[in-house]
Each structure stands twice: as C-alpha cells, then as structure tokens.
Design a protein around this ligand. Structure first.
Ligand SMILES: NC(=O)c1ccc[n+]([C@@H]2O[C@H](COP(=O)([O-])OP(=O)(O)OC[C@H]3O[C@@H](n4cnc5c(N)ncnc54)[C@H](OP(=O)(O)O)[C@@H]3O)[C@@H](O)[C@H]2O)c1
Length: 270
C-alpha cells in the first residue's frame, strides 16, 4: 500500500498507539493524543491528508464501562464514526472480549460474537460502524512499555509484595504491542475485513504473572484465585484465545517471546 502521504494515529499516547507511531515513523505519522483530538468530537479542522488511519483511541477501562456505558460508547462507537469522517482507509482495533468464552477451542473469525460486558458490546458496535471496508483487527491481552497494562502492574506489585493473587480460570493470548504493530504493517497488503491477530500460544493470567516474575528475575509468589473471588464489575470470557482461519494471516511470535521483548524495551529495573 502506498503510504507516501503518511498515516494518522488516534490514541497516540496509548500503549498500542505508541508502538504504531514507532512502527510507521519512516512514512510520517500524524500522532494525535486525546488532548489533540478527543474522538467523541468530529475531527479537528486542518488535519493533513493521509493514506491510512490507525484508530487506536478507545475506552479501555473494562470495569469502568459497566458504570458508564454511554461514555464508553461515545468513545468506542462515536469515535470510530468520527475516525471514518477523515475519509482515509481505516484500521480498527477490536477485542477478544466480543466473545462469551464458552467455546473450548480458540476463537476464529467465523465464530459468532456474544459479548458479556459493556466494553465488549461497544467494541462490537465499533466493528459494525467501521464496516466491511476497514481492516478490523481483533487482538487480546495487550502489553507494552507505556500506559497501564498487566506486565507493568505485576512488576510494580512484585517489587512491593512477596505474593500476588492472580486468576487462573481465564485463558487468552498475551500480545506484545511491538509485534502487533509490525503485523499491522504486513496486513496492509492483505484484503480488508476481519482478522484475528494475537501472540502465539496461550496461558492463564496466573501463568502470565509467573512468566513475568521469572523473566524479570522478581522474587514474588503467585497465589491462584478464581474470577469469582476477584469479583470485578465486568464479566470476562473464560476462554478468549484468538486464532485466524484466513489464508496468509499475519502470525505473531509466541507470547513469551513478546514478554521478553516488552521487558527488554522497559529496560533494567532497580
Ligand atoms: N489493552 C488490551 O488488553 C486490549 C485487548 C484487545 C484490544 N484492545 C484494543 O486495542 C486498542 C488500543 O488499546 P490500548 O491497550 O493501547 O489502550 P490504552 O493504552 O488505554 O490506549 C487508549 C488510548 O485512547 C485514548 N483515549 C481514550 N479516550 C479517548 C478519547 N475520547 N479521545 C481520544 N483518545 C482517547 C487514551 O487516552 P487517555 O490515556 O488519556 O485515556 C489512550 O491514550 C483499543 O481499541 C482497545 O480496545 C486492547
């Protein structure tokens, strides 16, 4: 795809937005944080014309969305509609939380979504708003070197405590934003439509936490608990492993390799 006029990234300060800005730096990036464009509003005037919009802005507070469904929809659905107003081809990022988690095997693009949470419902509505003419990338369990994510939270807690309690009855595929951003670049030579792109392999959150402590050399025990014990406002799918059934789908390195890449980017810890 010709990107000679550059790309525009929404939510450029988020963990994925940051990785996309880095990945596409060579073609020129119009990087817009929430302060520069609140996507619940129409696009600001005077933006340069670009060849592609990478729409990474989203309401990602899964539990917070339960209490503020309209605000979450304004960002996730309204924001997608506004991003389309730019008139350039769009990549929308969606989520494993569009599924209910009852399938025992990995979820494919042809599986029927049935979101359990407000967040999942707003992202599914965002997919519909983006339409067939967009690349819709469903991904899962993102982590990167900025913003709030499970890896950074575990490193913080692991430095403060001897033990953390983590759920072991939700299974998914952790995805490193650097690997995902590189795959998005490859995706632009493939047809538009729905694509599942996540880190290779799968694990539970507790297994992920153990791997984080092991790879980072942090001396902290993981005590496994159930989702019911954690008692969060938003229900989450028990299984949300994503796989693609599409020919030529970009595949990512194993999640553990993604974790090592993320830790390397985070740099040495005290
Ligand atoms: N995180 C995951 O595990 C995960 C899993 C699957 C799919 N996804 C999807 O992947 C995409 C990127 O997520 P992420 O993990 O990078 O999330 P993130 O780190 O929370 O980044 C989202 C960005 O969107 C910004 N934003 C929020 N409301 C906005 C608004 N009204 N206008 C403009 N910007 C706004 C946020 O700014 P503030 O920081 O100022 O709020 C933040 O910079 C999202 O579409 C998300 O749904 C994420």
């Amino acid at each position: 795809m010709d990107l000679s006029r550059g790309v525009l990234v929404t939510g450029a300060d988020g963990q994925l937005g940051t990785a996309l800005c880095e990945q596409f730096a060579d073609v020129g990036v119009v990087a817009l944080s929430r302060a520069q464009w609140d996507v619940t509003l129409p696009p600001p005037r005077g933006l340069p014309e670009v060849d592609l919009v990478l729409h990474a802005a989203a309401w990602t507070n899964v539990d917070g969305a339960e209490a503020s469904p309209q605000d979450a929809a304004a960002v996730n659905v309204g924001g997608t509609q506004h991003a389309l107003e730019l008139g350039a081809p769009l990549v929308l990022f969606s989520t494993d939380y569009v599924f209910d988690g009852r399938k025992p095997e990995p979820y494919l693009e042809s599986d029927a979504p049935n979101p359990l949470s407000v967040y999942g419902r707003t992202k599914l509505q965002a997919e519909a708003a983006a339409g067939d003419d967009a690349w819709i990338v469903r991904t899962s369990w993102l982590h990167g070197w900025t913003s709030t994510n499970f890896v950074r939270t575990m490193l913080r807690l692991g430095a403060e405590r001897d033990e953390v309690a983590v759920v072991d009855d939700q299974r998914g595929s952790p995805t490193y934003v650097g690997h995902l951003a590189a795959a998005v670049r490859r995706l632009l030579d493939l047809p538009r439509g729905l694509w599942h792109i996540s880190g290779g392999g799968d694990c539970t959150w507790a297994e992920f936490a153990e791997a984080i402590f092991e790879e980072a050399g942090v001396d902290c025990r993981v005590r496994t608990i159930s989702t019911a014990e954690l008692d969060r406002p938003a229900p989450r799918p028990a299984n949300s492993v994503l796989r693609s059934e599409r020919a030529d789908a970009p595949t990512l390195p194993h999640w553990r390799e993604g974790l090592r890449a993320c830790l390397g980017k985070l740099g040495p810890r005290d």
